[in-house]
Design a binder for this molecule. Sequence first.
Ligand code: UDP
Ligand code: MG
Length: 320
Amino acid sequence: MENHPPVLGIVVPCYNEQEVIASSIEALSELLFRFTEQELVDNKSFIGIVDDRSKDATWKLISEISEKNPRIRAIRLAANRGHQFALLAGLLEFRKDADCLVSIDADLQDDAVVIGQMVEKFRQGNDIVFGVRNKRATDTFFKRTTAYIFYRFLKILGINVLHNHADFRLTSRRVNEELEHFSEVNLFLRGIFPLMGFNTSIVHYARSERTAGTTKYPLKKMISLALDGITSFSTVPLRIITVLGFLVFIVCILLMGYAFWAYLSGRTIAGWFSTVLPFYFLGGIQILCIGIIGEYLGKIYKEVKRRPRFIVDERIGDIR
Ligand code: UDP
Ligand code: MG
C-alpha cells in the first residue's frame, strides 16, 4: 500500500465558468498524465467536476469534453448552492473512488502544479495537506486587508483556521469519510478540516490572477462567508453580549448612586443631552445584541430543518 501510487481525484467546483473550464480541464489532465508517468499517482486517477448549476454553457462544455476525455467524471447539482456546498458535494460524491481528493477552484488561481507535492506529503503519511498562499499580491488591496482582518478576528474568537488557506487542499479517503459526519447546514469547510485533527502538512504556493471570467465572490458573498465562519464555529459573540450587559448594569448602579448623591446635595440634574444620549446608546446596543442572537437563532432554525445540502441532478462518467 505504502509504495503503490494512490488514486487521486481532483475536485473542481464550478459556477458559470465557460471562459475557463476547457483550459482548466486540459491543464489538469496534462498534470494527471505527468503524475501518472512519474508513478506518483495511479492511472485510475480522475478529475471530478461539480457543476453548481451554472446558467451558462459550462455543463454543455463539460459533457462535450468528457466524451473525448475518459479521465473526467462530473456531477451537476439540481440548483446553485454556492461554493462550499458544491465542494462538499464533490468530496462526498467522489470519495469512494479515490485514495485522496484535492479540491481546487475552476479558475486555477491556485497553482495546480503543487498538487504533486501534496500527493507526496500524503504518501508520507499525512491525511490532510493544506495549500497556503505565499503572497496575495494578485488580490486587490481591499481583499487582502479584509481577509487579514478576518483571520485575525477568527483567531481572537478562538477559531482555528490557517491564515491564507482557501479551499485548496488534499484530503485522504479517511478524512473524506469522516466529513460525512459533519452534517451541518452552515458549512465552513476551512474551519472543519483543522478541527478534525489527523496528521497534517502544508504546501506553499503563489496565487495567480484569474485568467478569464470574473470572480464569483462579490463583497456580499464574502461578508456572508465571513459571518458563517464566525457564527458556525464560535459562540464568543454571545458571551460578549453577556459581559456587555453586565458592564452596563454596573454603570447603571453607579449612575443611580450618583443621582441619589446629586439629589441629596441639591444639585440640579444636567440637561437634555445627558438624559437622551444613554437612551440611544443602550437602544443601539440592545438592537445589536438582539441581532447577534438572531444570527444564531437563524442558524439553529436552518440546522433543525435538516434539509439536504445539495441534490445531484446528473452524472457523467459514473463508474459505479
Ligand atoms: N463557485 C461555485 N458556486 C458558486 C460560486 C462559485 O461553485 O455559487 C466556484 C467557482 O466556480 C470557483 C470557486 O467556486 O471555482 C471560487 O470562486 P471564485 O474563483 O469566483 O472566487 P475567488 O477566487 O474570486 O475568491
Ligand atoms: Mg478564484
